[in-house]
Design a protein around this ligand. Structure first.
Ligand SMILES: [Zn+2]
Length: 468
């Protein structure tokens, strides 16, 4: 396979956005060649830059770009770039920057192009586009909806997996922890659908993969009969991430009277009497939870290198209990105090991208944006809606809640760290896997044009017509 070069993109590094060429070799990031002095859109933790790039290709050989950049100190830089490709292997760039104090600075860059070597590479032109690390999604249960889009319609599992996986690279997701529930979700129909799906994903990924498919097993702790299944999966190395859930009525997500019944009636097509019987049954089983056995299960997972999470915690007491079981992630805390407490305890707090995009929680719990703005959340997952993940990242940057590199880290490096795969994926760094996405903005929407996994282009998109 010819090595790949992604040229002229705005590359989102862990702490900066730079214009750079990225060279890929043998599935890994081999060289990052920053164009110019790298300062054009250098970003820091405390600064945020807006850039409106308008690249007009006038004659195949010359480009005009107007940048407006505002950094945290409220200084205003205007830069007019005129980039002339003289086809003789280098570019001339003239910058003229005027800052808020009215000082004008001129900068002339002469940039050597690698154009003369281009025939040795498959070149992807990312001019005017962002290059991001592929998104790492540690919680998305949409595969369950692919299998069962309506309460009583089941589709073949293999078809569901193949078709669902294909949708992920177009949303920029290159690592997916498919979230499967043991005790709710598919398991409401018996555990066999869940176990079939776990086996299927493991068989499939051993032979073929578009993206990196992983399994996030969500264990409903009142599902007592499920405990030995979890233990067996840990032992057989069939899951990659484990979370403890407690969706019993009266606390967490369902602490409001009647909210559990409403949920199962809507999602599983149950009658009220059925839902009420389920509540009685659940409350009875909840009393029988062996918490010591659960702690041991957590310990077993950690020994196998499987990260743990707790789910929907609504108090510091809940966080403390699960922290003593070895969790490193606290997903979807119900309120800001719990999110803040979990963060103080050194846990990664994971929140949902749809909540960020829509600006509200689907059940009026914690607003994800508030958690991020107050530093009480560090991971974004797509939850149930894959296309929201990338949208949420750009929304955070556009609304200046986080600088772009910081927003990107929440959907890449931080989840990778939480699951212990950060040496391999999660950021654009030399030697890491070439899991990259190229993003064009159309009317503010981030639109993925290329997705690469392990240096291989698994998805490309183009428009056949575009008037503006
Ligand atoms: Zn929940």
């Amino acid at each position: 396979m010819k090595p790949v070069c992604i040229k002229n993109g705005w590359v989102v590094l862990p702490n900066a956005v730079v214009k750079a060429d990225i060279y890929l070799q043998e599935g890994k990031i081999n060289r990052i060649s920053v164009i110019g002095d790298g300062a054009v859109s250098a970003d820091t933790e405390s600064a945020s830059f807006d850039a409106n790039h308008q690249l007009i290709d006038t004659s195949d050989t010359s480009f005009n770009a107007n940048h407006q950049m505002i950094d945290a100190r409220e200084k205003n830089f205007k830069a007019d770039h005129q980039i002339i490709d003289d086809r003789d292997a280098y570019f001339n760039v003239n910058h003229s920057m005027t800052d808020a104090a009215g000082k004008t600075r001129d900068a002339k860059h002469s940039i050597l192009s690698t154009a003369s070597n281009d025939e040795n590479f498959t070149v992807i032109d990312a001019r005017g586009r962002y290059v991001l690390p592929g998104l790492v999604d540690i919680h998305n249960d949409a595969i369950e909806k692919e299998v069962q889009p309506r309460p009583n319609t089941l589709f073949p599992l293999e078809m569901s997996l193949l078709e669902f996986e294909r949708k992920l690279p177009l949303h920029g997701i290159t690592t997916m922890y498919h979230s499967l529930s043991l005790g709710v979700g598919l398991s409401l129909r018996g555990d066999h659908l869940l176990t079939e799906m776990v086996e299927l994903i493991n068989r499939y990924r051993a032979k073929r993969s578009i993206i990196r498919n992983r399994i996030h097993l969500r264990y409903e702790i009142s599902h007592l009969k499920g405990l030995h299944i979890v233990s067996q999966y840990i032992e057989e190395n069939k899951i990659d991430y484990l979370s403890f859930m407690d969706h019993s009525p009266g606390q967490g997500q369902y602490r409001k009277e009647g909210s559990f019944e409403r949920y199962v009636m809507k999602n599983q097509g149950m009658e009220l009497t059925e839902a009420q019987a389920l509540v009685v049954d659940l409350m009875e089983r909840r009393k029988q939870i062996d918490w010591e056995q659960l702690r041991q299960l957590g310990h077993q997972a950690l020994q196998q290198g499987i990260s743990l999470a707790s789910h929907d915690d609504d108090s510091s007491q809940r966080v403390d209990i699960f922290k003593s079981y070895g969790i490193s992630v606290n997903e979807f805390p119900i309120n800001l105090e719990t999110a803040q407490y979990a963060t103080e305890q050194g846990l990664a707090v994971c929140i949902g991208a749809p909540n960020i995009v829509r600006g509200v929680s689907h059940d009026q719990n914690l607003r994800a944006i508030d958690a991020i703005a107050s530093g009480a959340a560090s991971i974004i997952c797509s939850d149930y809606h894959s296309s929201s993940l990338l949208q949420s990242v750009f929304k955070l940057a556009d609304e200046k809640i986080a600088a772009l590199p910081a927003a990107v880290r929440m959907a890449t490096l931080h989840p990778a760290q939480a699951c212990g795969i950060e040496d391999e994926v999660g950021s654009i760094e030399l030697g890491k896997a070439a899991d990259l996405i190229i993003v064009q903005r159309y009317k503010g929407h981030p639109w993925v044009t290329h997705t690469l996994v392990g240096g291989k282009t698994v998805y490309t998109a183009d428009t056949h017509y575009q008037a503006d």
